[in-house]
Design a protein around this ligand. Structure first.
Ligand code: COA
Length: 713
């Protein structure tokens, strides 16, 4: 894992010798045609690098018609970048030689370092420290190299078989092999890049450095990343939240977190172990996540070519009904709204469309639609203030040229500040023909991927509209008292009374409760709480109380409490347990059952969870996660983001939940988790979310403490 020792700071200009060198030494350049050393030099030459190339090889006088030198030290001119592809044993000496010769940047292709184990990691750390001591930067080792398509530079310092064309996407890949695939897909789709970097082991330069490198580069309008891990999530958050306000950042993150397999007894812990943590983290950073490289390019092209969306209401214009229904379904499933067009818009459409056409959204112009009708209809629809996004669908009819249709769509789009995507159900030949046409709207083969892109455009612009300077609120609570309670339990679940006290100290409403040591005192405590009551038997390591019959509800009087307490004692005895105490709790009814949770991730720190609670957690897993620190808009997003959110708003006359209170509780829990790292897991399940804030209460809580995890690196 890269560390920040001697990190040369965040000045992105330190990467200039790597991306924009005037002189490049290819160390390990080879005459063997099928070798990496040959491919590197070959790419540099055929891409017509604008500066000078110096092949370095101890036993060749010339390679690829270029004079070769036996060592970097033998080169008479200053070298900006050394591209190193010598056997791994020779790498430390070559790096030293480069540093002594005043080389200003390194790209180390050679593999066999940290990825192979401790010995390799030690050599890698030694090289990194040397490089940092000299104040220069290094990409790799174990990488595929870097590309800069700037016509002033024309650097292809990779051994990839496919070159990159000029464009506006900066791409960084953590995997070299995938880097090759990325360049292939980009070429296939006709998408261009500004720069490309394969990071390899990220010993020195990381994805974070690249984000900063592209932050103020006017040519790079979209940043795309293929990531396998986050070396330093905190630094990523800080940088991504800042850079993401200037240009979109897209990520394909592969792999599930290692914690996925971890056994966790709380619901929050069990669900948090999966990939959702990464999604929550990226969401909060304003970073858009794609599942595949193709999806990533679909989105990147749209972000590059389209203006920002103003909302999530979509207009669909089509010449065929079926695809429009597919588009509508896909949009609605992704949380987009189908815009209601105004009467005026419908009238204007009606004035020129055939009587059989539908002027309601989706606007179906039927198969006779011409390129002109597309231009006219789209222009009218985009005039309607209720439209934030548009999808235009064309199924190529007989005798019509889809290129003409697409050009009409482009013309109509120009006069409007609204993202417009085209779905062209056309031939391969058509797609070949538009590859190099950066002047056209983004084009998709089917409505579903276009709908996915629209949803992401709308989400990104909503994130950009949020105030950038929102800070997590601070609640005035007695943290010393909380710490005293948490420290009473060494490792494991807190006694219920302690868990409820922690919630109360943090201002989280709980159902009234008392504890008692015997059936008799339970009956006394019940009258303090007020009937009807719930009685719960507490025993060591008893987590799922109702499974063993340790919970009795709706007890109306002292006799009932005594009797229930005795039968809980009996049942636990039969299960080999002993009742340590009873919890007598106010019986609360009504409200929506929701769950709040805390879990901890060694990389991302404390995580918050919110969702539908009670038994629904296990069945639907309708939950959202948030990473800490958490701001109010982020807490609100978590609540609004669950699929069952409409239930909380109250359907069919049901009372709506107090949503402000729910957000408030999430924020309080975020503070609790951050200030008390001994908290390992917490479930408040259910919390009864009533409309009346006085009636909304936690009715069950489990809180587990233990050693804090190692801080994220
Ligand atoms: N200075 C300059 N050149 C040197 C050298 C030195 N100190 N030591 C060796 N060389 C030359 C060799 O003479 C050879 O040139 P030649 O073919 O003209 O003889 C060339 O460097 C390569 O050496 P070779 O012994 O053929 O190395 P190799 O076959 O082991 O390949 C690597 C070298 C770097 C390609 C290989 O070690 C490697 O790491 N491969 C994996 C790369 C990889 O997968 N990277 C990650 C991609 S995502």
């Amino acid at each position: 894992m890269p560390d920040d020792r001697n990190h040369p700071g965040t000045d992105p200009r330190t990467l200039d010798p790597i991306f924009s060198p005037r002189t490049v030494a290819v160390v390990g350049a080879s005459r063997k045609r099928d070798s990496i050393g040959f491919a590197l030099l070959h790419n540099m030459v055929v891409e017509e690098f604008a500066g000078a190339i110096y092949p370095i090889n101890p036993s060749a006088d010339s390679i690829h018609s270029l004079k070769a030198y036996p060592s970097v030290a033998a080169v008479p001119d200053p070298i900006d970048l050394a591209l190193i592809a010598v056997p791994k044993g020779a790498v430390p000496a070559v790096v030293r030689e480069c540093l002594d010769a005043g080389v200003r940047g390194l790209v180390v292709i050679t593999a066999g370092f940290a990825e192979t184990g401790a010995a390799g990691a030690a050599v890698e750390a030694e090289i990194r420290d040397l490089v940092r001591e000299h104040g220069i930067r290094m990409v790799g080792p174990n990488c595929m190299g870097v590309i800069n398509t700037d016509p002033e530079v024309c650097l292809n310092a990779t051994f990839a078989p496919t070159p990159a064309r000029r464009g506006s996407i900066g791409f960084v890949s953590q995997s070299g092999a995938l880097g090759v695939a990325i360049l292939n897909v980009a070429a296939d789709l006709g998408v261009g890049l500004t720069q490309f970097a394969s990071m390899g082991n990220k010993a020195d330069v990381s994805g974070n450095d690249l984000l900063e490198y592209w932050e103020d580069d006017p040519e790079t309008r979209v940043i795309a990343m293929y990531l396998e891990s986050f070396g330093n999530p905190r630094r990523f958050t800080e940088i991504a939240k800042r850079v993401g306000r200037k240009k979109p950042i897209l990520v394909v993150k592969s792999g599930r977190t290692a914690e996925g397999a971890r056994a966790a007894s709380s619901h929050t812990g069990a669900i948090a172990g999966t990939d959702v943590t990464v999604s929550a983290f990226l969401d909060q950073c304003g970073v858009l996540r794609a599942n595949t490289i193709e999806e990533l390019f679909d989105l990147a092209v749209a972000l590059d070519r389209c203006p920002m969306a103003t909302g999530n209401r979509v207009a669909i214009v089509t010449n065929a009904g079926g695809p429009a229904i597919m588009a509508t379904d896909a949009c609605v499933n992704l949380g987009l709204e189908i815009a209601s067009l105004s009467d005026e818009t419908e009238e204007r459409l009606r004035s020129f469309l055939p009587a059989e056409a539908s002027v309601k959204n989706p606007v179906d112009m039927i198969a006779s639609a011409t390129p002109e009708s597309y231009a006219r209809a789209l222009d009218i629809v985009l005039d309607d203030p209720s439209v934030d996004l548009a999808m235009v669908i064309n199924v190529t009819p007989l005798l019509s040229n889809p290129i003409d249709v697409l050009e009409s769509i482009a013309d109509a789009t120009h006069g409007h500040d609204c993202p417009v995507l085209a779905v062209m159900m056309a031939t391969e030949e058509f797609y070949e023909g538009i590859k190099a046409r950066g002047d056209l709207p983004p084009v998709y083969r089917f409505p579903e991927p276009a709908a996915r892109v629209l949803a992401q455009l709308s989400r990104y612009s909503a994130w950009r509209r949020r105030p950038a300077d929102e800070l997590p609120p601070e609640f005035d609570v007695d943290d010393a008292a909380v710490a005293r309670i948490l420290d009473r339990t060494g490792d494991g679940y807190l006694p219920a009374a302690d868990a409820y006290r922690v919630l109360e100290l943090y201002g989280i409403p709980t159902a009234g409760w008392r504890t008692a040591g015997s059936p008799e005192s339970a009956a006394v405590a019940a009258s303090d709480v007020g009937y009807p009551v719930v009685l719960k038997g507490e025993a060591r390591d008893l987590v799922h109380k109702s499974d063993v019959g340790a919970v009795a509800v709706g007890l109306e009087d002292a006799d009932g409490v005594r009797e229930a307490a005795r039968s809980i004692e009996r049942r636990l005895e039969e299960a080999g347990q002993r009742v340590e105490s009873f919890l007598i709790q106010e019986m609360v009814a009504g409200g929506h059952e929701v769950i709040f949770g805390i879990s901890t991730d060694p990389r991302f720190g404390p995580l918050l969870m919110f969702g539908l609670g009670g038994r629904y957690v296990e069945v639907f897993r309708d939950v959202r996660f948030g990473v800490t620190p958490l701001t109010r808009p982020e807490a609100e997003d978590m609540i609004r983001g669950i699929r069952g959110f409409r239930l909380l708003e109250g359907v069919r006359g049901e009372e709506p939940a107090d949503l402000d209170l729910l957000a408030d509780i999430l924020l309080r829990l975020a503070q609790l988790a951050l200030r008390h790292p001994r908290i390992r897991e917490l479930d408040i399940n259910p919390f009864l979310a009533a409309g009346d804030p006085d009636a909304a209460k936690a009715v069950d809580v489990r809180l587990k403490v233990g050693e804090p995890p190692n801080p994220a690196g």
